[in-house]
Design a protein around this ligand. Sequence first.
Ligand code: A3P
Length: 345
Amino acid sequence: MLFKQQALLRQKLFVLGSLAIGSVLYLVARVGTLDRLQPICPIEGRLTPQELEQIPLRALQFKRGLFHELRKGNATKEQIRLHNLVQQLPRAIIIGVRKGGTRALLEMLNLHPAVVKASQEIHFFDNDQNYARGMDWYRGKMPFSFPHQITIEKSPAYFITEEVPERIFKMNSSIKLLIIVREPTTRAISDYTQVLEGKERKNKTYHKFESLAMDANTCEVNTKYKAVRTSIYTKHLDRWLKYFPVEQFHIVDGDRLITDPLPELQLVEHFLNLPSRISQYNLYFNATRGFYCLRFNIVFNKCLAGSKGRIHPEVDPAVVTKLQKFFHPFNQKFSQITGRTFNWP
Ligand code: A3P
């Protein structure tokens, strides 16, 4: 009898002991997590290695789940307060270039746990009506984020719109500016293809690319054609350089983002003073799409919408060559200024 009671007591002590050890281990883990969740500011200056370690690798599932609900307006004010979520002005903007791969760049950067994207193009700085609504309106368009995260928005029209550099400068003179470029002739044809598709959707006819890109009278490149003008990257950059030093820009090679995205993304992480967190695991080539797609975690992955990666119409090779020759000196100047070289003809 006594022996039985002792055995029972030993059993109880064992269970209680296990519970106590478990609780201690849990508390240690919690404190560790909370420690890592302390907000830090990764963008203002370069971070020390210790600070880099503090950037929380919080679950992407959480980022997706709660942020998704917030975007749909389903999260409660309590949740926002509890998680210390805020709507922050962007600390980096993808200012262009249209059809350079701006959407792919934004979506891929959003894989980083310290980055939160504004899903829609806000068109705050290039649209007078929106700009007149003021900075609070702009902030209100931003996604919810943890204070230590950085918000990024993209509006490709910013790059080519006259008033934008000054307006962005007035908001934040030390903002980081990302420009993604593609081989200029390909970009112009991509631009044309998008417009053509819009016309076809409305059952409208449209000119051939050749007749828009070339001046029929002079047989020279038609610099009045917007798709051509947009591809003269250095002309637009000149306007920006009146406000921002060249160090505040980072140029992304859009052609390389298509064929081998990771090294391009790592360069951007470095530019944004973020620890390298996007890995090959997050990017997989989808043979059906012919593009890299995004893997957030074991259950969630996605490719870009079908409007990205359209089939371009055939263009007269003589016109292509003429355009390439036309862009060449501008490209050289662009490379000289930015320090980035490309595999362009
Ligand atoms: P095309 O449709 O001409 O192929 P933007 O987002 O600035 O409009 O750029 C669109 C371009 O992004 C597409 O141009 C496509 O080539 C390019 N792109 C880059 N990476 C991509 C990806 N992973 N998936 C789809 N398109 C991608």
